[in-house]
Write a protein that binds this ligand. Structure first.
Ligand code: AMP
Ligand code: MG
Length: 482
């Protein structure tokens, strides 16, 4: 018999942490895709479930036994502005499972209707943003970047009204948890120190159990989140990824990437690049992400001060010391990844400057971020330099750079191949999949999902997916799709 072996823990927390909700009913749920590999890791027993049974569950039309649906409370800083109450307005947590790997995971429906946190919104999602999140989160997993995952995509058969009427979708997200910086901020905003302590204890038990034995568990905890986010953001940046909406409610405690709204991978390298149609000041541009990470973690630290020490004057220096570790952790991960991308093996003097110069060179030469390293990998393997040189605005400038690169010694081409993806989820392809999906055609979506599972593999069938957009295909902005 089909079943999801729920084992819910969030509902054991105090009642003001969440609200119980029921997903809305939809008219014509249809399963578009189900992630069987992930279902296996999660230990779901759904092998015998038919497509229509899966569609009924993963649209929210029927609740699987053992689910206990809730909307979680959280707050956050959006584009720097404080919002004391956000919460799951278009997401409903069905419950948690403990996977075959022993890891507890949340299973959450996105776009399954209104909750007490919906404010003016309808709690729904058009199909397009659901397709985007499926593609992007699975591609990130393929690239090895910590991320929430996609379990299922269902079309609802109902229309969702935005600027226009659009087909609706429900996306099933899996996460190590949905605890965010904003979850902690919610309780600080209410001056609820007991709530903060309960939340921190829960987060420690779930994500950083090694801190439970520490004499200073909350300090240990902040240190772990600092490390996890420094590493994550370095991974994004060295992949050419722009999150696009790094509000504190979109920063996890687990260190997983969450919220695939206005995100995108860059084609042409430009450190000031943003895609979000609402990010006019460039707050969340590629090159600002490291600093924003620190800003967000400072907001998390503020919520923990009372747990560090009753005396604020004593707590602040403790927080500052821990936050002070962020920069070094970030730099180590960031330069380490770029070192691998360039095939530099032993740490050598002048490397950091060379990496920084290389980024300036790429920007100046308007090089495609991914192809620059991809074709350099081929050069390292002894192939001709033409393809790499052709990526530069001025190919004649390439020889001098190659000479500087080679001065660091024989590049490790195997290391480069493991650090430089052949494929990234290019935005124009994502848009193509979304446009086709609205016409009822999911072949592009399915093809991309498959191709992006193994982004480091060379494949003649997917050569067309390596290319940046042609002149008519460039996507300048992506939208949150709320
Ligand atoms: P996000 O842009 O996904 O980070 O969402 C920010 C806040 O807006 C969260 O509290 C969401 O739950 C809420 N929200 C976004 N879209 C909707 C919607 N269609 N209906 C209700 N709430 C929404
Ligand atoms: Mg969000």
């Amino acid at each position: 018999m089909s079943e999801i072996p729920f084992d819910n823990s969030y509902t054991t927390l105090p009642e003001h942490f969440y609200r119980r909700v029921e997903p809305a009913k939809v008219t014509g749920p249809k399963l578009i895709r189900f992630n069987e590999e992930l279902a296996e890791v999660l230990g779901l027993n759904l092998d015998s479930a038919s497509e229509s049974e899966l569609a009924v569950w993963f649209s929210g039309n029927e609740l699987p036994e053992g689910s206990d649906p809730i909307a979680q409370a959280y707050a956050g800083h959006q584009f720097g502005g404080w919002v004391p109450q956000l919460g799951d307005g278009r997401a409903i947590l069905l419950g948690e499972v403990i996977g075959s790997d022993g890891v507890r995971k949340d299973i959450q429906l996105k776009g399954a209707g209104r909750t007490p946190f919906s404010r003016g919104g309808d709690g729904k999602s058009p199909l397009g943003p659901a397709v985007r999140e499926y593609l992007m989160s699975e591609a990130m997993a393929g690239l090895g970047v910590p991320t929430t995952r996609a379990l299922a995509l269902v079309s609802t058969g109902d229309l969702v009204f935005r600027e226009e009427a659009l087909q609706g979708g429900v996306f099933t997200r899996v996460a190590s948890s949905h605890l965010r910086v904003g979850t902690f901020q919610y309780f600080l905003g209410q001056q609820d120190t007991d709530g903060l302590r309960a939340l921190a204890d829960y987060a420690i038990a779930r994500h950083y159990p090694e801190c439970a034995d520490s004499d200073t568990p909350y300090q240990c905890f902040l240190g772990k989140v600092v490390e996890a986010q420094a590493s994550l953001i370095a991974h994004w940046m060295t992949s050419g990824f722009i999150h696009g909406v790094m509000n504190t409610d979109n920063m996890t405690i687990s260190g997983e990437t969450i919220d695939y709204g206005p995100c995108a991978f860059m084609d042409t390298f430009d450190p000031a690049k943003t895609f979000s149609s609402i990010d006019r000041g460039g707050r969340y541009a590629w090159g600002n992400q490291a600093a924003i990470g620190h800003w967000n973690l400072t907001r998390l630290a503020e919520t923990l001060l009372a747990l560090f020490d009753e005396e604020r004057d004593r707590a602040i220096p403790i927080a500052e010391e821990i936050l002070g570790r962020y920069e070094e952790a970030f730099k180590e991960a960031y330069f380490g990844r770029f070192r691998n991308k360039l095939g530099l093996t032993a740490a050598q003097p002048g490397e950091v400057e060379f990496i920084e110069d290389t980024l300036s060179f790429m920007a100046d030469q308007e090089a495609d971020f991914t192809l620059f390293f991809r074709h350099l990998t081929k050069v390292a393997k002894g192939k001709a330099e033409e393809k790499w040189l052709a990526l530069l605005r001025e190919p004649s400038a390439g020889a001098a750079w190659l000479e500087k690169w080679r001065a660091f010694g024989e590049p490790d081409s195997e290391l480069m191949a493991s650090a430089n993806p052949v494929l990234i989820p290019r935005n124009h392809r994502v848009e193509e999949a979304i446009a086709a999906a609205y016409k009822g055609d999911f072949t592009v979506f399915n093809r991309l999902t498959e191709a992006w599972r193994n982004p480091f593999a060379e494949s003649s069938q997917n050569e067309d997916l390596e290319s940046p957009p042609g002149p008519g295909e460039v996507v300048e902005a992506t939208f949150c799709g709320t």
